[in-house]
Design a protein around this ligand. Structure first.
Ligand SMILES: [Cu+2]
Length: 223
């Protein structure tokens, strides 16, 4: 009987070492999804964390990021997993109550979802922006082909300054609500807005169809 203890100890040590190694690999290895945990995000105009992953994912230890792209820099400092898991910014079981589940000032982190992994995306500042016209198309990649019950697209009101003001629901105007999209790996959502110039935030709510899973995605744009 006492042999069990002696025999088990080295095995546990090996298992612990292997677990530590694979955890380290998970943290160190950039990945774009394609696994069982794949979900999705708005890739154009890029969501905040997708953009930071796209620009810096292969070079995220570059100290030049602090100067060149300070908002991404603070995001990587806060939690690199916000970028490695760029496709995982969702809440489950929202019951359609988006404004109740996602408080003002926390819209870009989906209400500090996933244990706070995405909190850095709420940081107010000069995020890199994508140039768009009054008519543009949102492209959303859905690696797991969840489908959509609907998409709601909001744009900040003219006069709101995304570089200095935290984002609240009252700053947003609903400009598009779609019908159902069948499961696919990419969705295109045409949007038409008027009366906008300068810097804005496009806020996309993706109600997935496979279950009650909702994605809350901030994209920084300049009209
Ligand atoms: Cu998913």
């Amino acid at each position: 009987m006492h042999l069990h203890v002696n025999a088990a100890s080295p095995r546990w040590a090996v298992r612990a070492l292997l677990a530590a190694l694979s955890a380290a690999l998970l943290v160190l290895t950039p990945w774009s999804g394609g696994t069982a945990s794949a979900h999705g995000s708005v890739v154009d105009p890029a969501s905040r964390n997708y953009g930071c992953w796209q620009r810096w994912g292969s070079d995220h230890l570059n100290p030049g990021m602090a100067q060149e792209d300070p908002m991404c820099y603070q995001a990587w400092q806060d939690n690199p997993n916000a970028m490695w898991n760029w496709n995982g910014l969702y809440r489950n079981n929202v019951g359609g109550n988006h404004q109740g589940q996602v408080p003002n000032g926390q819209l870009c982190s989906g209400g500090r979802t996933e244990g706070g992994r995405y909190n850095s995306l709420d940081t107010v500042g000069n995020w890199k922006k994508t140039q768009v016209g009054g008519n543009f198309t949102i492209r959303l990649d859905d690696q797991a082909s969840h489908g959509a019950d609907y998409f709601q697209v909001y744009v900040t009101r003219q006069g709101f300054n995304p570089n200095t003001q935290p984002l609240s629901w009252s700053n947003l105007e609903l400009v598009e609500e779609t019908g159902r999209y069948g499961p696919a790996t990419t969705y295109n959502i045409p949007v038409s807005v008027s009366g906008r110039s300068g810097d804005h935030i496009v806020y996309t709510v993706w109600q997935a169809s496979h279950m009650d899973q909702v994605y809350y995605l901030c994209s920084d744009v300049t009209f």
